[in-house]
Every structure is written in structure tokens, then in C-alpha cells.
Design a protein around this ligand. Sequence first.
Ligand code: FNR
Length: 363
Amino acid sequence: MSRTLFDPITLRDLTVRNRVWVPPMCQYMVEKTDGVVAPWHLMHYGSFARGGAGAVIVEATGVVPEGRISPQDLGLWNDAQRDALRGVVDLVHSLGAAAGIQLAHAGRKASTYSEWGNAAPGTSIPVADGGWETVGPSDLPFGDLAAPRALDATGIDGVIEAFVAAARRAVEAGMDMIEIHGAHGYLIHEFLSPLSNVRTDEYGGSLENRARLLLGIVDAVRGSIPEGMPLLVRLSATDWVEDGLHVEDTVRVAGWLREHGVDMVDISSGGNSPEAQIPVGPGYQTPLATAVKQGAGIPVSAVGMIDEPWQAEQITATGLADVVRVGREFLRDPSFAIRAALALRVAEPPIPTPYLRAYRQQL
Ligand code: FNR
């Protein structure tokens, strides 16, 4: 019987060894609030590559200081951050995996206390305690967070320039692919969603207008990274709220992304409304990924509680998605991809040579 999960996949000039990828997962482990990778990040990203993942996508990385979710986020607005990031890329490459990075601006959900070591994680940090003024498409707050300042045209141009500068630095750091964070209620998603965007200029109103920031970033980034380098976008396919973004909207947006040179979209959901009713369960976002793949004719990755080898294999084998991303299961077991390859009895499981002896009974 043939298997698909461990078939290589090619996007532009990049061939990735298999279709089990690690999605971006914020660690909030920057040590001096300077956005620079710490030893933790090397261990974290290296462990997934060592464990057989095809590609490892580095966590949401702020393109500007005010675009960070918390002061402990990674950043890529200066050369010191770029130089430290090279260590992660080289390590991941040495272990046979491809390296990507998610470039992000947290918009109205920025400037919050991180999950670890804070009394009130996820709440706004006052300026007096090291927080900063947040920005968004409109001055509507998310839940109990501080209300953002609505960006003006100059501010929007500045955001686009910051994504370009960060993308250039990611290329200089050796990244194989760039992902733009357009999901989870952060700035780009805030523009896309009618829940958070009530602008009356060319960036608000119709879906075309609400997608203008995303497409502006895509065009500018696409034009400044190598032709052969894949560009990915992560989207929240639905807000899970009646008046919000729906999968039909996301199919249209994904079609535009394909026309603008995006090579793959990753389909997540939610994050832009505390009112969302999310039917969380095994593979709960995969139908959304399939709808976007079929409706927009663009390669997709599926993510969200894909925790079992045969579950992942079924998704790629039946064409529901081109790639699966496995998040928390890789945190629980950084060797998930090796375990999956053994369960699926693929011919050459991605086991590092020095560890082969540990698997002799199973080969
Ligand atoms: C996440 N997630 C996430 N998503 C994203 O786009 N950028 C990010 O930086 C983060 N950060 C993050 C941190 C941690 C600790 C977790 C658990 C999750 C969401 C993540 O990429 C993924 O979409 C979800 O975890 C769902 O997939 P799993 O975990 O069910 O496989």
C-alpha cells in the first residue's frame, strides 16, 4: 500500500522531505525583551527537526516592537535578531528539515502579559509597566483589552514596509520560506474581519477593501524575496460568529492570494471574537482547509488536533490537504514524525543515524 504523508513536497524551488510540519507556536521565552532567540528556542526548534518533521515554522515573530503579543516574543526588526535567528535555521537544516518563520503584527491584541510568570496573563500591559499603545483597523477593542488606535494611511504603509524589512532579514538568516500571519485576530485578520474593521476608506467595507492590507503585504513581500522561495499565509477561515468572516469569504481571499503569488495557505480559525463558539475536536479545522483547497485551487495545510499518524495520513492520502501541521502533539512528543513513519511502515523513517540503534526492533 502506498503512503503519502512521507512523500516529499515541492513549492517553487524548495523540496521538503515530508508533509508533517510543525506550526508556529509562541514560546514567550525571549530573555531580555529584545526579541532575540534564546537557548530555549534552539532546543525547541531543533527537537522537532531531530524528531523527523518535514518543516519547522518559527513562532509568530514581531515585525515591529509594537506588533508583539508580549514583551517576550521574538522580533525581526533589527540585525541582531536576524543574526541570532541564523542559529535556529542552521540547526534545523543540519537535522534535515526545512525552516520557515511566521511574520506577525499582533495589532489590537498586542501588549499583553505573556502566559508564563504573570498574575494576569493575556491582559493588557499598562504603558507604566512596559506596555505600549496598540493599533488596529478601527478603535474597537478585543474583549477587555485596551482599545487600539485606528491606523491612518501612513501607519498602514509603515506596517507593509515593516513586513518587507522583516522578510528580507528572514531571507538573510537563511529561512527557506516565509509565512505571513493573517489569522487569530491579529492585525491582518482584524482588517479582514467585519467584526473589527468598520473603516470607511479603501481598507474597509467590501471584502476586497478589507483584504487590501493583506494583499499589499503579500505583493511587497513577494517582490522582495527570491523568486524561488515559497510564500505562505495563515488564515482564520471563519470567525465562528454570525456577523464575522465565513469560509466562503476565505475561499475568495485565498483565490486572490494564489493570483498574487502565494504558494500555500494554512487554514486555522477563530481568534477575533471572545464570543466565538468553536466546535473543537479531532481534525475540526480540516473541512475548512479542504473547502479552501477546492474552492480556491491553492495548496493548503490543515491544522488543529491532528494528533494520530493514520489520521494525518488519511488527510494527505485522500487529498483533504497537501500538508498536515501538528502542534501540541509535537510538544508532547518531539519524535512524533518518527513515530508516525514507523506506524505507517514507510520505507525510510526520518531517524537520525546516531539513534538508529534505539529503533532496531521496530525497523
Ligand atoms: C499556538 N498557536 C499559534 N498559532 C500561530 O499562528 N502563531 C503562533 O505563534 C502560535 N502560538 C501558539 C503557541 C502554543 C503554545 C500553542 C499550543 C499554539 C496555534 C498553533 O499553531 C496551532 O494552530 C494550534 O495549536 C492547533 O494545532 P494542534 O496543537 O491542535 O496541533
